[in-house]
Design a protein around this ligand. Structure first.
Ligand SMILES: [Zn+2]
Length: 409
């Protein structure tokens, strides 16, 4: 290509692009590095959208996820060795409803994303719903013969043509331009990632961002403006200095924890050490939903209630190993609930329950609610039963001691 064809297609806007590339060279054989300052990675959340045709072209949705995971992992590695402190994690994938192949240019796609155009708004909404700091979209655009990808500098949005989904391009666009990093801060020899495929094109190893703390083969990786006409320095020649925290904070990462101020039931098992025969009441510290010890062999230890195990549920109430019976309707009356408990398994009983909620489909013992086996001393073994609307947490899978949650029915 003559040099004039290597100029960015969007030189006067905030959109930056990469030319397509053909082949890659091997990473330079000799590395002479002065270690960059070690920084904890600051993660930004990335939402990935892709056109249905892209998934088809790579063999399905699973392969899309693998390709993007590799691109992000490569980006994170480049950031890590460049000492930028920036990293990404993928928080979700969405296959777009539309399949806008050749509907517009790559830059046009980025414009649609940033403008929440209805043709790509499902991707934008998906990113918003996840609180994503960065949103990218993979689709073959009408300029795909010459443009690999386009990204805002800085900004949230980027778009890739299918052949451009790999680590160096990803680091250049989403990891670079979206963070405010500039071509102009690149180093030409060795060619750093923001000049990848510029300045005569071709491969661009080593994949580093410029950082005044890094010396590569005796070359300080600080941009000097010698960058084949990509303009004056933007970050003082330091592409590592773009603020990782600013991008990660573009939309907050929401972590949902238990609402500890909204506890509606609490049972403590801290009674003085003593036996806890059937009928022992354990009061609800907040409401009036008392629990009761059923069966035989339970003891209070002073800090816990110890139950012996050793029987199944099909044992007469006078002989069954002790358990704690909670009031009916605790779960079924709620649309959502958080349960917190402390339990220590002392043996690996076959699917030994830590808790189980549900109801039998049989008639029950006639002493409680329909279908209820109350555990009242003197009642017979229930024989074979089936449960409905159940959920259980077991301490073991078979006799393999590991927690397991399941919905039997
Ligand atoms: Zn670029």
């Amino acid at each position: 290509m003559p040099p004039s064809q290597l100029l960015p297609v969007f030189p006067s806007t905030s959109l930056f692009c990469l030319r397509l590339f053909v082949a890659l060279g091997a990473l330079g054989a000799a590395l002479g590095l002065r270690a960059a300052p070690v920084q904890a990675a600051i993660e930004a959340d990335l939402a990935v959208g892709y056109a249905p045709s892209y998934a088809s072209s790579v063999g399905g949705d699973d392969n899309v996820e693998v390709l993007l995971a590799n691109a992000v992992a490569g980006n994170n590695r480049i950031n890590e060795i460049s000492g930028t402190g920036a990293a990404m994690r993928i928080v979700g994938f969405i296959k777009s409803a539309n399949d806008p192949v050749n509907w517009t240019t790559t830059g046009g796609i980025v414009g649609w994303l940033s403008g929440n155009d209805s043709r790509v708004s499902d991707v934008v909404s998906f990113g918003s719903s996840l609180g994503a700091d960065l949103v990218t979209y993979i689709v073959q655009s009408s300029d795909s013969a010459s443009i690999a990808a386009v990204a805002q500098q800085p900004g949230m949005f980027s778009s890739y043509n299918p052949g451009a989904v790999w680590s160096a391009v990803f680091a250049h666009e989403t990891g670079g331009h979206n963070y405010g990093r500039s071509h102009s801060d690149g180093v030409l020899n060795p060619k750093t990632v923001m000049l990848h495929n510029y300045c005569s094109g071709g491969a661009a190893p080593p994949y580093y961002f410029t950082n005044p703390s890094i010396v590569y083969n005796n070359v300080l990786l600080r941009g000097t403006g010698d960058n084949c006409g990509q303009g004056g320095l933007v970050n003082g020649g330091d592409n590592s200095s773009a603020n990782a925290q600013t991008v990660a904070d573009r939309r907050e990462r929401i972590v949902t924890g238990p609402r500890l101020g909204n506890v509606v039931r609490r049972w403590l098992f801290n009674q003085a050490a003593a036996s806890a025969p059937a009928g022992t009441v354990i009061t609800d510290q907040i409401g009036s939903a008392s629990a009761m010890v059923r069966g035989i062999g339970a003891t209070f230890t002073g800090s816990a209630l110890r139950i012996p195990g050793g029987t199944t549920g099909n044992v007469a109430a006078n002989a069954i190993a002790a358990y704690v019976d909670l009031p009916n309707g605790l779960i079924s009356t709620r649309t959502s609930v958080t349960i917190e408990l402390w339990a220590t398994p002392l043996a690996a009983g076959n699917y030994a329950r830590i808790l189980e909620f549900g109801r039998p489909v049989q008639n029950g013992d006639g002493l409680g609610a329909a279908g209820e086996y109350t555990g009242t001393a003197g009642t017979a073994a229930p024989d074979s039963t089936q449960s409905s609307d159940g959920i259980m947490l077991s301490a073991a899978v078979g006799t393999d001691l590991k927690p397991s949650v399941s919905r039997p029915s």
